[in-house]
Design a protein around this ligand. Sequence first.
Ligand code: HPA
Ligand code: ZN
Length: 325
Amino acid sequence: VPTPAFVSGLPKAELHLHLEGTLEPELKLALARRNGVDIGQTTVEQVKATYEFDSLASFLGVYYPAVNVLVEEEDFYDLATAYFVRAAADGVRRVEAFFDPQAHTSRGVPIEKVIVGYHRAAVDAGALGVSAELILCFLRDFSAESALATLTEALPYADRFIGVGLDSDERDNPPTKFADVFALARANGLKLTMHCDIDQVGSIENIRQVLEDIQVDRIDHGTNIVENPELVALVRERRLGLTCCPVSNSFVTADMKAAEMVALLKFGVLVTVNSDDPAYFGAYVADNYSALAEKAGLDTDELVLLAKNSFEASWLPTNEKQAFL
Ligand code: HPA
Ligand code: ZN
């Protein structure tokens, strides 16, 4: 199994990372104090004891209330900066990071504070050798109207994010519910991606919708595509990235889905490895590479391929991408 030093030394792009999912217990407590927010816990041990989940639904039930500690522009800046520092140490040279504006605007935080704070951190990440961009995600359990209102509010800051995504609870919230807002995003020059979570009943229909109806530029998770050879052939043909998250998978389904990822990789699909919500799943991106390598018996060449895939699947301009391939 490749050593931790080899894995963290490998230049890589992280393409499936929720900034709100990087909230470590220590920072959560510090921000709660700074903003006078009562979170119900006062020690790291107590906070960690709440990080207890065995499904996407139970995870989201811990994850969304936690963001109450994020109030000021500086809070968003500090959260993202702490992540970029850790990512740089893991060999990450490119990040395309998700954020959830509706988790903040729905509690009265102006979208400007969210976008400006995160974006300032993304710019400053350049000094760490990390090229960072943002992807604005809509909460799929909110209405299509709310998503449209969010995009409309965000468009004045459209030079500060490169794409839109779709996350939160997939059940009964199919991709086509958001066809209009994604069409508007595309018309504004934004890239498109959507979560196709691994614990979904009816996964294949949702994957079909993101590929055929929405015409996304990437798929987040999407590992269940292995069930349908025609769709697998299609993503391979289109060179569409799948942003897989092994350790996250093992929390929400008790299965890392290593065999599925490796089968797709060997078939020539652009599989990538990512951390999703590292503060909650206890594993940043290098740990995800190592966990997958150990589970599936991958060698160094296969990890190099996964890392190269991450740059190919990234939305870096072609000339910048070339240096990493
Ligand atoms: N799926 C859906 N919603 C999420 C995820 C995810 O992997 N991570 C954070 N919010
Ligand atoms: Zn995710």
